[in-house]
Design a protein around this ligand. Sequence first.
Ligand code: ADP
Ligand code: MG
Length: 275
Amino acid sequence: MHTAHALTPHADAVPTHEPAICTTGVCVDIDSQRILDEVDFVAQPGEVHALIGPNGAGKSTLLAVIAGDQATTAGAVRIAGRPLAEWQLRALARERAVLLQDHSVFFPFTVRQVVEMGRAPWARTAQEDEDDAAVAAALTATDIEHLAERRLPTLSGGERARAAFARVLAQRTGILLLDEPTAALDLGHQEAVLQLARERARAGDAVVVVLHDLSLAAAWSDRITLLERGRVVASGTPGDVLTAERVSAVYRHPVEVIRHPLTDVPIILPVRQLG
Ligand code: ADP
Ligand code: MG
């Protein structure tokens, strides 16, 4: 039943009209090098937002800024409407989960133990009751149930990547920050990861995902932000951002953009001189 009371937000509730993530004028300097330059970035609840750009463009750095793991030189970062600096670490860990690009540093934990680590921020909260269900669901979703008792060093790169992704899913946060989650995966598992990202977005979460495969980004994301040398070159729908001229210029290789005959989704093809 809808009552006035039911519409009154709980004291801790995040105002729903706020973007999940909002950066304005973010700059990052490392060793007097400008790594991010006046970056404005907005991700809304319910969207999959792909972050693309050539190697070294600043994608991982921007993700680390949003995660609260990288200090900024200038600018503002708001998570769910609140300045990042005001977030306590544990509260932040219940708000956003991070899949790092480099998860090659691993210890001889079992897959199940790694996924269970995703539940640590929820210890001694009401959601602790969901621990077992969240871990089981994440193992199933990433197709690694059969590996649950295996130790990480014994896994293939792709299996390890799926275990890392399962940990992030099990954390059950409203914001997912995924740095190249598909890099080590075969075609089927790439599609599965992005399908899961979409499902989380449909449930109201904000998903920011770094991708190199532009056709994959076009097919699965609502919005795309293109970075080049620390700057946002374009941000918008896949169709708006992924023009042949822009992609060719930014990636320094000629491409053609065609449209899928049924879905009209852009497909980005490098121009090749074969034979
Ligand atoms: P991307 O993820 O888009 O490939 P990164 O965000 O990892 O790019 O890096 C952006 C640029 O910043 C690169 O040129 C990289 O070499 C540089 N960079 C990142 N971290 C550091 C650091 N700790 N010290 C020096 N340079 C860094
Ligand atoms: Mg990177």
